[in-house]
Design a protein around this ligand. Structure first.
Ligand code: BJW
Length: 253
């Protein structure tokens, strides 16, 4: 395991998959879920992030997501997000890059990342809770502090377009992520506790194919043993350091 933040050597023709979690947005001022002071210390996840919680109290769920919407809209991407943009640009001409993010905050996209799979959905999108309704998910920055909104097409409750516990991830996004991991030269995970499946298991796919597996995290996560190197620290400091040769190669160093 690496203690120093040595730069990673990445060939311009390499195929790289990066999986990110809440830790990558921590330095933008967005609370993680399971750290001290994290979201699940303040809120009961069963009540705000499960279909059952939504059925029991949709107004509470909407207050929770409305507060987070307002917070995210006031935050900016940090150097960790930007280092991943540099990596994508470096690989664009000859290599391949895919960013699989569990984050629903949209900060990777706002930083300029293009090949992003938001595998747990988006905080800034709303959809109908009725699966048979023909309406489509839509971009939505509104707060609904006074109660859950209703669908103008079918009258059912609207809900945030995120993936709650007990719900399946979008099968098309899952397929794209798994195929890219099976076929990459380098797998990286950044700022994630390695507790939430199926994404926590993606490193095992990379391991199955003998792909090097780099972890950048503040604390050792649950699945530490599955990685081949560990850079312990804040992603906003570690990523710019380990990707500095990449940034230099594209004139951003
Ligand atoms: C820093 C840092 C800095 C801090 N720099 N690092 C297999 C085994 C067991 C259970 C299951 C299983 N398969 C499925 C399940 C059930 C369940 C699950 O995984 N449960 C476990 C918790 C036990 N999974 C699901 O239900 C998923 N659905 C599914 O699999 O469907 C099929 C199925 C269903 C039921 C049974 C079996 C199969 C859906 C999961 C959806 C997760 N949704 C949430 C909410 C999204 C919307 C919202 O934001 O409100 O997604 S929960 C929450 O956790 C959110 C996150 O994306 C996700 C992961 O959290 P993350 O990103 O890792 O954050 P933290 O806080 O946990 O960690 C932060 C890390 O960063 C820490 O390690 C810090 O050290 C570090 N850090 N600052 C770098 N500056």
């Amino acid at each position: 395991m690496s203690e120093a933040w040595e730069p990673l050597r990445i060939e311009p023709s390499a195929s790289v998959v990066v999986v990110t979690g809440a830790g990558v947005s921590a330095e933008s001022g967005i609370a993680t879920f399971r750290d001290k002071g994290g979201i699940w210390e303040q809120y009961d996840l069963e009540r705000v992030a499960t279909p059952r919680g939504f059925a029991m109290d949709p107004d509470l769920v909407w207050r929770f997501y409305s507060e987070r919407r307002a917070q995210v809209l006031g935050c900016e991407p940090n150097p960790g997000h930007r280092a991943l943009v540099a990596l994508e640009r470096y690989l664009e001409p000859r290599g391949r890059f895919l960013l699989v993010t569990q984050n629903v905050d949209g900060l990777h996209q706002r930083a300029g990342s293009r090949r992003v799979l938001p595998i747990h959905g988006s905080l800034l999108r709303t959809r109908c809770s009725n699966d048979t309704c023909p309406s489509q998910p839509f971009d939505d920055e509104q707060s609904y502090m006074d109660g859950a909104p209703r669908c103008t097409t079918c009258g059912a409750l609207l809900r945030p377009d995120v993936v709650w516990f007990g719900e399946y991830l979008d099968p098309d996004l899952e397929r794209q992520a798994r195929l890219a991991i099976a076929d990459c030269d380098l797998f990286m995970a950044v700022g994630t506790s390695g507790l939430v499946y199926p994404v926590a298991g993606y490193v095992e796919i990379a391991a199955h194919y003998g792909v090097p597996r780099v972890l950048v995290n503040l604390e050792p996560p649950a699945n530490l043993g599955a990685f081949t190197s560990f850079y312990q620290g804040k992603s906003g400091e570690v990523l710019p350091a380990i990707l500095r040769s990449v940034a230099e190669a594209i004139g951003l160093g």
